[in-house]
Design a protein around this ligand. Structure first.
Ligand code: GRF
Length: 202
């Protein structure tokens, strides 16, 4: 079975959804590790409760990004991690890191990429006034919120929506979509081909 590491910096609702799917056997993999860069993050409590090992790696404690990532890589190697799942990890990974784990890092983003990249995607879509937004799960490449799309699903923005009601529907969808995308990876329902990583579905 593949060992999964989740990278998260904040609330951890996606962490919980994935941990639950692993626990109930919907995802057939080991959730081995949480990598977190923020000691105040709620996700730490959730990992503790789920009895998942926690690697708290704070950027401030390292002189360079390279050293910071070297520490993370050490944890990944020790735990023989085969899939990295980014779930609200608020740091860009370096090109070298991405190269090392190319095709084995996935991310979830609360918009229909390539629209509304960045840290405020739900608010940006809401403020823009689009009628349709959604959720994207994708492989990670060197650019932010960019890389081959694994799954996408739409969320309609209703006239009566507030930012809070929209956020709540998007998060609910994320919690369903992420386990599904992880299963597609585990079941090799798509393969990566070529230098620019392109997904081929089967
Ligand atoms: C999610 O909306 C995810 O799409 C984005 O960061 C948020 C993390 O939420 N990348 P949570 O910490 O999993 O609750």
């Amino acid at each position: 079975m593949i060992n999964i590491a989740i990278f998260a910096s904040g609330r951890g609702s996606n962490f919980s959804a994935i941990a639950k799917a692993v626990k109930t056997g919907k995802i057939k993999a080991n959730l081995r590790l949480l990598v977190c860069d923020n000691e105040e993050a709620q996700v730490i409590r959730k990992a503790r409760r789920a009895k998942v090992e926690i690697a708290l790696v704070k950027r401030e404690l390292f002189d360079s990004k390279e050293d910071f990532e070297a520490k993370i890589i050490k944890h990944l190697k020790e735990n023989k991690i085969g899939l990295i799942v980014l779930a609200g990890f608020m740091r860009m990974l370096s090109h070298d890191f991405v190269k090392l784990y190319k095709g084995r890092i996935i991310n979830i983003h609360p918009s229909l990429l390539p629209s509304f990249k960045g840290a405020h995607a739900i608010k940006d879509a809401f403020d823009y006034g689009v009628r349709l937004t959604g959720v994207t799960v994708h492989f990670v490449d060197e650019k932010m919120d960019h890389g081959p799309v694994i799954l996408q699903a739409p969320v309609e923005i209703r006239p009566k929506d507030t930012l809070a009601s929209l956020e709540s529907r998007i998060h609910k969808l994320e919690h369903r979509l992420y386990p599904e995308a992880i299963n597609m990876f585990l079941n090799k329902r798509m393969v990566i081909s070529g230098r620019k990583i392109r997904i081929v579905y089967r």
